[in-house]
Structure formats: structure tokens, C-alpha cells
Ligand binder design. Structure first.
Ligand code: 0L1
Ligand code: MG
Length: 262
């Protein structure tokens, strides 16, 4: 494939995001033989276009980090995408439903990176040594594809379904925790919808950041000082509806909340 083809697919997905409408997956509509490697080139074009529009990267994010999601997709590799500044919602704030297509929410632990981390060969322990803080987060994913129906290359091209993020306000030093043992509940309108622990994220959330550094090394990139990175979901993803009051409660890291407005 040549770069104009990557850009054409990136624009197809960006139009879906901007116009808030679901589209048929790329591997059905445009390129049936799209590989995962090519899909990351499409994702890079999508990121380039957003940056050309003045949008700023907050950090990469990891997706498909749980055994359940990998099994569902029949893959053994997690994926990454990028969170941008326009995707941030204040803790306790409102998520306007009309801005999205069919959002779902999941509870995650985020890492604030204190020093560059360059793969290959990075371990979870090395990540922890270079992490300034950890904080709780709720990620809102919103696949641009009909009914979240996609293959692995499709979801990689679609920036790993990244849509919005609510970060908590409690920042803690990672050495205060055994992050694999940190539990979280995800509640909507006061009812617990799912719960999980850090161990659901590749055994330990720091392993996901290590994996990210090792994956980024394949394109000559690295995890950077100052990045704020979603490490992957402790819970399953739950569908959102207008009026929902959403709360994620994390052991030792406090609560993250938002309301879904019209
Ligand atoms: O953050 C995530 O794990 C989402 C990855 C993409 C899969 C999905 O949209 O469910
Ligand atoms: Mg996620």
C-alpha cells in the first residue's frame, strides 16, 4: 500500500468520528486484506491529521489487554492507540452523548511517566522505576464501526476505539501499591455493572506499559516523559445511555465519576 491509501482510510474513519455516524468496517468496505502492520500505518495517518488540526497527544493507550477481550478477538497481542487533549472530560463532569456514536465505559489505571522508556526488552519493573504517579481513570470507547463489529486490523486503524477519558484527581506514587491487587468497581446509576483487579491487565498494569514501549520500538518510537497512559481495562466495557451517572471506585486511588448528558 502507498501512503495515499493509508490517508484515504484514515479520512474515512475520521469522517465517521466527526459526523458521529457508524461505518462499515474497513476490511469489508475498502481493503479486505488489510494487515495489522498496515493498520498501524493508517492509525499513524489518522494521528498525523489530528495533529495537523492542532490536536495534542496526551499519551498512547493500551487496549485489548485482558484475556477476555483477546479471546473474544482471537488474538494474543494487545494493541495501542492515542488519547488527545480534546478527548478529556473533567472528573465529575459531563459527557455529551450527542458527540458520540455508541459509547461504552471501562475502568483503568493510568500512568504518568517520569522518564523516557525505550524498548525493546522493557520489563514491568523498569516501567515502575520510571513512573512518576498512577491515577484512576474511566475510558470511554466509541468504535466508529457498526455495532462494534471489527477485526483486529480494523480496530487498530480506528485508533483502538479511543474516544474520551476521565482521569481521577488522586495521583499516587506507584511504590505505594501492588497494582495487580488493586480492585475497581464500575457502577452506573448506583448499580455495580462490573468489577476487576489490576491483574486483569496482562498480569500487572505495568506489564502493559512495558509491552507498549516494546511495540513502539518497532516504529522507532518510545514511551515519553510526561505521557499519561491508559494501561488497559480492569473491568469489562459497559454501554452508556443518556442520563447515566457513572462511577469507578478504585482501592486506594479514589473515585472517578461523570454524567452522560444529552
Ligand atoms: O481500550 C480498549 O481496550 C479498546 C480496544 C478496542 C476494542 C473495543 O473497542 O472494544
Ligand atoms: Mg481501554
Amino acid at each position: 500500500m502507498i501512503s495515499e491509501e493509508y490517508r484515504k482510510i484514515a479520512k474515512y474513519l475520521l469522517a465517521a468520528e466527526v459526523e458521529k455516524r457508524e461505518v462499515i468496517k474497513v476490511t469489508t468496505e475498502m481493503k479486505p486484506d488489510l494487515t495489522v502492520e498496515e493498520a498501524y500505518f493508517v492509525q499513524q495517518e489518522l494521528v498525523n491529521i489530528k495533529q495537523e488540526e492542532g490536536k495534542r497527544i496526551i499519551g498512547p493507550k493500551m487496549g485489548l489487554t485482558s484475556q477476555a477481550k483477546m479471546k473474544q478477538m482471537n488474538v494474543d497481542e494487545p494493541i495501542y492507540g492515542y488519547v488527545f487533549d480534546y478527548m478529556l472530560i473533567d472528573n465529575g463532569g459531563k459527557l455529551p452523548f450527542h458527540e458520540l456514536i455508541h459509547p461504552k465505559v471501562e475502568a483503568e489505571i493510568a500512568f504518568v511517566i517520569g522518564e523516557d522508556i525505550e524498548g525493546p526488552g522493557v520489563s514491568g519493573a523498569q516501567v515502575l522505576a520510571k513512573t512518576e504517579y498512577v491515577l484512576p481513570a474511566l475510558e470511554i470507547i466509541d468504535s466508529r464501526y457498526e455495532n462494534f463489529n471489527f477485526t483486529l486490523p480494523d480496530v487498530v486503524a480506528d485508533n483502538a476505539s479511543t474516544s474520551r477519558v476521565v482521569f481521577g484527581t488522586t495521583l499516587k506514587k506507584p511504590e505505594l501499591f501492588e497494582l495487580d491487587l488493586v480492585g475497581a468497581t464500575l457502577s452506573i446509576n448506583g448499580e455495580i455493572k462490573d468489577l476487576g483487579a489490576g491483574a486483569a491487565v496482562l498480569g500487572h498494569p505495568a506489564n502493559a506499559i512495558a509491552r507498549l514501549a516494546n511495540m513502539l520500538a518497532k516504529k522507532g518510537d518510545k514511551v515519553r516523559k510526561g505521557d499519561v497512559i491508559l494501561s488497559g481495562a480492569l473491568t469489562g466495557a459497559t454501554m452508556l445511555a443518556k442520563g447515566d451517572v457513572v462511577s469507578g471506585k478504585f482501592d486506594g486511588l479514589g473515585e472517578v465519576t461523570f454524567t452522560v448528558s444529552v
